[in-house]
Design a protein around this ligand. Structure first.
Ligand code: C2E
Ligand code: MG
Ligand code: MG
Ligand code: MG
Length: 283
């Protein structure tokens, strides 16, 4: 498509990049009013013990854009982070997840993702404390998922915020483990409560010996430190069998259930299944 010479290539990409930038800007503009317009929604994906016992749900953010439709978090979260909007959005996510979980008849846990930007702005510990009080959710039912980006950004501050969060009684999980560079030293610097093995290793299990070796090593490391391990992105029973043999503690993935609005999981949280859900199950 591009011309053979270098200049042709540049001419080809320039308008493309310009279009991308304008698109990004447009998305950022729309995102500013997304909360007020009620366009954000949390989906919930089940997390279970390797034996199948439900533990709780991870809250995953969805944006129903009025004209673009459903925009995935991978698209709008980086934009929200760059513009600082993630601070308000993250606050909304935390409030909404805790408010929702507090209504569940069965006291399952809820896991909420935090952005590194939330650690750098505002008082996260005060926010979590307030939200727990407002919602009435027991601190022990809230798990906060962070990636190592949180620790890379400002190590000293992040560790002190994390300690204060733990002092509230919430748990801290390290998300996407194995994808960064210095995960091992971070495990020593902060007492995480759980390690989430990144889904890229799980999806490669069947075809890639390295992935199997990495999963095995992460489990051995985590268990050596006394930490439970959850595998993300479990899609097949072959993967589940492998993870069971490797003594992974918990699983999350399409095999158990996709992220859906919580009403899809009404039965799991202890609500009487209503007619619509029954129809969905048999249909
Ligand atoms: P994450 O926290 O690692 O979440 C797991 C992602 O894997 C989710 O993508 C989930 O839908 C997807 N997933 C779960 N099981 C499977 C599976 O079996 N196969 C495959 N292929 N995918 C699976 P999602 O919902 O698109 O979210 C992507 C990322 O966006 C999240 O990764 C997280 O980093 C970020 N994110 C989502 N919600 C929030 C939020 O409220 N706040 C912040 N800061 N980040 C969020
Ligand atoms: Mg997560
Ligand atoms: Mg993850
Ligand atoms: Mg991820």
């Amino acid at each position: 498509r591009s011309k053979e010479d270098g200049r042709g290539t540049i001419r080809f990409f320039e308008p493309e990049m310009d279009k991308r930038l304008r698109e990004r800007h447009a998305i950022q503009q729309d995102l500013q009013s997304a909360i007020a317009r009620g366009e954000l929604e949390l989906y919930y994906q089940p997390q279970a013990t390797i034996g199948g016992g439900i533990i709780g749900f991870e809250a995953l953010l969805r944006w129903h854009h009025p004209s673009r439709g459903l925009i995935p978090p991978m698209t709008f979260i980086p934009i929200a982070e760059e513009s600082g909007l993630i601070v308000r959005i993250g606050e909304w996510v935390l409030r909404e997840a805790c408010r929702e979980a507090a209504t569940w008849p069965i006291p399952l846990q809820v896991a909420v993702n935090l952005s590194p930007v939330q650690f750098r702005h505002g008082d996260l510990q005060a926010l979590v404390h307030t939200v727990l009080l407002e919602s009435g959710l027991a601190a022990g039912r809230l798990e906060l998922e962070i990636t190592e980006g949180v620790l890379i950004a400002d190590f000293g501050r992040a560790v002190s915020v994390l300690r204060r969060l733990k002092a509230l009684g919430v748990r801290i999980a390290m998300d996407d483990f194995g994808t960064g560079y210095s995960s091992l030293s971070y495990l020593q610097a902060f007492p995480f409560d759980k390690i989430k093995i990144d889904q890229s290793f799980i999806s490669n299990l069947e075809h890639n010996h390295q992935s199997a070796a990495i999963v095995r090593a992460v489990v051995s490391l985590a268990h050596g430190l006394g930490l439970p391990v959850i595998a993300e992105g479990v899609e097949s029973s072959a993967q589940l069998e492998f993870l069971t043999r490797e003594t992974v503690d918990e699983v999350q993935g399409y095999l158990l259930g996709r992220p859906y609005p919580i009403k899809h999981y009404a039965g799991m949280i202890g609500h009487q299944p209503d007619a619509a859900i029954m129809a969905g199950r048999t249909g």
